[in-house]
Design a protein around this ligand. Structure first.
Ligand SMILES: C[S@@+](CC[C@H](N)C(=O)[O-])C[C@H]1O[C@@H](n2cnc3c(N)ncnc32)[C@H](O)[C@@H]1O
Length: 289
């Protein structure tokens, strides 16, 4: 019996390891354990039975959302894939934040190379989710990845895709933890943006400090998030919808959220008001055949 099979047997006999949400002290953890997981549950759980579904999380990060979907919403099979290995921290994070001694057997994780095909190994999944990931995928890999995820799904399966913040929105650079000037990334040259970040002193919003921060240190983290900014694919909501349709998905439900702020006039000469204010998109996609 492999490690996961043994864990499943243990759980069948004694149940999940005990956990206690009152121990949560980290705001990043809380934002994913509560807010993100609840939204995924609303969107995916409204379209399929999360307790019986085989789920794939594309760009799972540290896996906190997946853990919550199991503990708080009864998911029984979630496979997380990511090009980084942040999920290897989840056993320690679950111990620190929930007092949980072992992760549920329902969770499995895998590191992939960017653009790796998944469909031959993960065919027939009932649902896919992706939270704040597709803005990081290289442009030339977007369509092949979406086509591959389409191939992973069983007929009639669903894909819940969320992006926030979208690139052209006030804080679409993902650099707000260091720079509060709205649309700054669209207004100044890259060097000015980097100088702002480099000069930043003091604490940053706890909800935006992920568990990778400790690995990098203060200056290393600045360099890391700036590089992430440079690699953003700058996708708009319309472009994303066009791509998912091209990959074969039917858009079953869509919600776009916009900020109530007036974009600077010089930006309105280059982009539409709608693009500049639209900071989030939620899509529920279905494989129709
Ligand atoms: C902002 S993080 C979000 C992580 C997680 N979904 C969350 O909510 O915390 C974006 C994630 O996308 C992953 N990612 C970027 N490009 C990817 C790709 N081509 N394939 C899979 N994951 C990717 C990154 O490694 C990172 O973990």
């Amino acid at each position: 019996m492999n490690g996961n099979g043994w864990l499943r047997l243990q759980e069948r006999l004694w149940g999940l390891a005990p956990w206690d949400a009152r121990r949560i002290s980290d705001e990043w953890f809380r934002a994913h354990f509560d807010y993100a997981a609840d939204l995924v549950n609303q969107w995916v759980g409204g379209a399929l039975d999360i307790r019986a579904a085989r789920l794939l999380n594309f760009g799972c990060g540290d896996g906190i959302t997946d853990l919550s979907l199991v503990l708080r919403h009864g998911a029984t099979a979630i496979h997380g894939v990511d090009i980084r290995r942040e999920y290897t921290k989840l056993p320690r994070i679950a111990r620190e934040q929930l007092g949980m001694r072992r992760l549920p057997a329902a969770l499995t994780f895998e590191t992939i190379v960017p653009g790796a095909r998944l469909a031959h190994r993960h065919a027939g999944v009932d649902g896919i989710m992706s939270w704040s990931t597709f803005e990081h995928v290289r442009r030339d890999q977007l369509l092949p990845i979406l086509q591959d995820l389409y191939a992973c799904l069983r007929p009639d399966g669903v894909f819940f895709l969320q992006i926030e913040p979208l690139f052209h929105s006030p804080y679409g650079s993902h650099l707000r933890r260091y720079d509060e000037v709205p649309w700054h990334h669209l207004l100044v040259p890259e060097e000015v943006l980097w100088n702002t970040i480099e000069a930043h002193q003091g604490t940053i919003n706890a909800e935006e400090v992920d568990f990778g921060f400790a690995d990098f240190g203060v200056d290393g983290y600045k360099r890391f998030v700036f590089k992430e900014y440079q690699q953003l694919n700058r996708l708009t909501a319309d472009e994303l919808v066009g791509l998912v349709r091209q990959a074969g998905f039917v858009v079953e439900r869509q919600e776009r959220r916009s900020v109530d702020m007036a974009p600077p006039p010089e930006l309105l000469e280059r982009y539409s008001d709608e693009v500049l204010r639209n900071n989030e998109i939620f899509l529920l996609l279905r494989k129709s055949d």
